[in-house]
Design a protein around this ligand. Sequence first.
Ligand code: A3P
Length: 319
Amino acid sequence: AEVVDNSSKDEFLELLQTLEQRMNWDGQRLVKYKGFWLLQLLFRPMLSAHNNFRAKATDVILSTMPKSGTTWLKALTFSIANRNVFPIDQTPLLTSTPHMLVPFLEFNVYWGQENPDLENVPCPRIFATHMPFEILPDSIHESDCRIIYICRNPLDQFVSHRHFLLENKIEKEADPLDIDEAFDMFCQGIHPCGPFWDHMLGYWNAHLENPRKVLFLKYEDLKEDITSQVKKIAEFMGFPFSQEEEEQGLIDQISGLCSFESLSKLAVNKTGNINGIVKNTSFFRKGQVGDWTNHLTPAMVERIKKLMDSKFRNSGLMF
Ligand code: A3P
């Protein structure tokens, strides 16, 4: 039977009342916590995860801002970790979406559950999250588990997220704003998981400090040369490809299986939805670099390029 812990629920509501709140452009409520705008919907599960998640040294945590390549990274890491469990032609990815195979801490694992039992999840456990580095559960910082972060050019991330939120009928408190106003909020850092520069720099700086703990990937690099990136991910996860595996073409098989073209054609990804709300197809829109050129005006582009320049200057992070 589920144990309802009322004391912590009250604490949560009390905390919520003290936080600044804003409406995202799409009509979902945001709360500001430790400098980040988080979807209020996810705030309780994020705190539950923060308080109760116990990382194991073998865990792999996938961290992303929404629409930065999460689905792709889930498929790749699942395939790399399980390549000796399932032959490629029998992989569960053929019949389950990447989101069914690699759960999010906040949308799945801690959704409506304060402290689920995760002891029996087979190792290596792979979990995903959109949490900023600073808000991750302490045990992720303290244990030897590994973090893989993937980010994406903010212009494409913005365009992709706008399509995603407009396409899915997520419960909203207000009508969506037009793209100019949405973009203005994005540039102010007021968007889910924003400011984007702080989300990225949190993981970027952690990667610079301890590259064995945090792998920092870019969507564009995976698009450019998937083979070298898959090798890098496998090595980082502690499952490097043997020479024999390389000669057998396993890296190409995994890269091919997890490509946009391949995954988006599978029936499981072409139909159905998550909880009647998020369409599975909405995770596979175009899968291209540079779609922003079709959606943003030159003035918008100039504004965000200046902003990125000022935020990322001296950090070494570039797009
Ligand atoms: P677009 O909207 O630009 O097409 P996330 O997985 O973090 O939600 O991000 C979704 C974005 O990644 C979408 O971008 C989607 O099309 C793209 N995507 C999903 N699967 C992909 C894959 N296997 N390879 C490349 N891009 C992928």
